[in-house]
Design a protein around this ligand. Structure first.
Ligand code: ZN
Length: 113
């Protein structure tokens, strides 16, 4: 599946979800576990070097770590059904707190200015 121009496979999405302790994650082999720790710890220069060899993994981890909807997008790839905590609707995008945009929008109280 392509997300923001990034193509992430089901397998990579599961590995990254595992790394971030999210639902739908699956523990990869030891090398990938250590590689994801290295990517997580890398500064910008080293992350760019790792991306040259592991573009999908670095991009997927970047999406998970730096986008409010990244984890939700990865969950969608692996088929985890995400529902709004308030209205239980499946339509995203969802906030990090688990609400759909509609429910996350502040509702003005009657009489409030
Ligand atoms: Zn909702």
């Amino acid at each position: 599946m392509s997300l923001n121009g990034i193509t992430v496979s089901d397998e990579t999405a599961r590995h990254v979800l595992f790394h971030y302790g999210a639902e739908g994650g699956f523990r990869p082999g030891r090398f990938t576990v250590l590689l994801m720790e290295a990517i997580d710890a890398a500064d910008v220069v080293h992350k760019a070097r790792l991306r040259a060899t592991y573009p999908e993994l670095v991009d997927a981890m970047n999406l998970a770590a730096n986008s409010d909807t990244g984890i939700a997008q990865l969950k969608k790839i692996v088929g985890v059904i995400i529902r709004c905590k308030r209205c239980t609707d499946e339509d995203g995008p969802f906030t990090p707190a688990g609400f759909c945009e509609q429910c996350a929008r502040p509702v003005p109280l009657a009489g409030a200015r």
